[in-house]
Ligand binder design. Structure first.
Ligand code: DO4
Ligand code: MG
Length: 283
């Protein structure tokens, strides 16, 4: 089962996708409302469904709305640390944060900036070296409880971050820079979120130009602890999605190009596919 948001003639609908059908959740008008329920309330809500329709005629929207936000954790896998130390002029910040008590957390995008599955993701016109970052994303309700998991692409400019880590906001926050898969797999259906395979495939035309794989077993941070740190100074009245960092970074000789098709698959959670576009349009 996946919790989904989808377009209908009357506006966005919140529903449940099961196999080839989608059904609205009765009495829940937005994802913000859904993410104000406790996990126990959510389990009851998803049992009260309206009339199902075939999923193949449905346009799915990102699973976040209202004041929802996407945040990211960084340098949570050894590979992320080593790749950044290789590209950066300031290496020590990365090994320090990898082992520090306080994780690196940054705000990635408000709900309205998030790109849906199937839409283009962006790279900046003023960046020469860009990569996708395939990440397990934890979905938390307004109470700080983990309600489920989805797939996030934390698109990143290696050339901008590599010059100076203080440029991270510019390397990470730009039009089309954050994509989320269409559905949220409820937490109660994922037996062990710390043992999920993450696959990344990048195609250029018919050619596969990059593929990589990792496992969330290599993530060095506890998922609930990351959420707890996020909630210490903030409230998230409409919920928050926290991408937990990348464990797949291509070698330095690989860079994305316009038209590349990026597919990220996380076992038990979902798949996210986007094509790369350059610049601010058409996001
Ligand atoms: O330190 C910069 C960001 C790191 C990041 O996004 C990641 O490790 O996934
Ligand atoms: Mg990242």
């Amino acid at each position: 089962m996946h919790l989904v948001r989808y377009q209908s003639p009357g506006g966005p609908v919140v529903g449940v996708r099961t196999g080839d059908t989608v059904a609205p959740i009765e009495g829940v008008g937005s994802f913000a409302e859904l993410l104000r329920l406790t996990v126990d309330e959510l389990r009851i809500a998803v049992a009260k469904l309206g009339e199902p329709v075939p999923a193949d005629g449905v346009r799915f929207l990102p699973p976040l709305d209202g004041r929802g936000e996407v945040w990211c954790a960084g340098v949570t896998y050894e590979r992320s640390m080593s790749a950044r130390m290789e590209e950066s002029t300031e290496q020590s910040v990365y090994d320090k944060v990898y082992t520090a008590d306080r994780p690196e957390l940054f705000q990635k995008a408000p709900a309205w900036r998030v790109v849906a599955d199937g839409e283009p993701v962006g790279i900046r016109v003023d960046s020469g070296h860009d990569v996708p970052e395939p990440e397990l994303a934890v979905v938390a309700n307004s109470h700080g409880q983990i309600v489920g998991f989805t797939v996030c692409n934390d698109m990143s400019s290696r050339s901008i971050e590599g010059v100076n880590p203080l440029y991270v906001p510019q390397a990470k926050l730009f039009a089309g820079g954050c994509a989320l898969a269409a559905g949220i797999r409820p937490a109660w259906e994922v037996a062990n979120p710390r043992d999920l395979t993450i696959d990344l495939v990048i195609k250029r035309g018919d050619a596969e130009v990059f593929s990589g794989t990792t496992s969330t077993a290599k993530l060095v941070r506890d998922l609930q602890e990351l959420i707890d740190v996020l909630f210490v100074p903030n409230d998230f009245p409409d919920g928050v999605i926290l991408a937990t960092g990348t464990g797949i970074v291509p070698e330095l000789d690989f860079a994305l190009a316009e038209g590349d098709v990026i597919t990220i698959t996380i076992a038990e959670v979902g798949t996210l596919t986007n094509t790369v576009a350059v610049g601010r349009e058409p996001f």
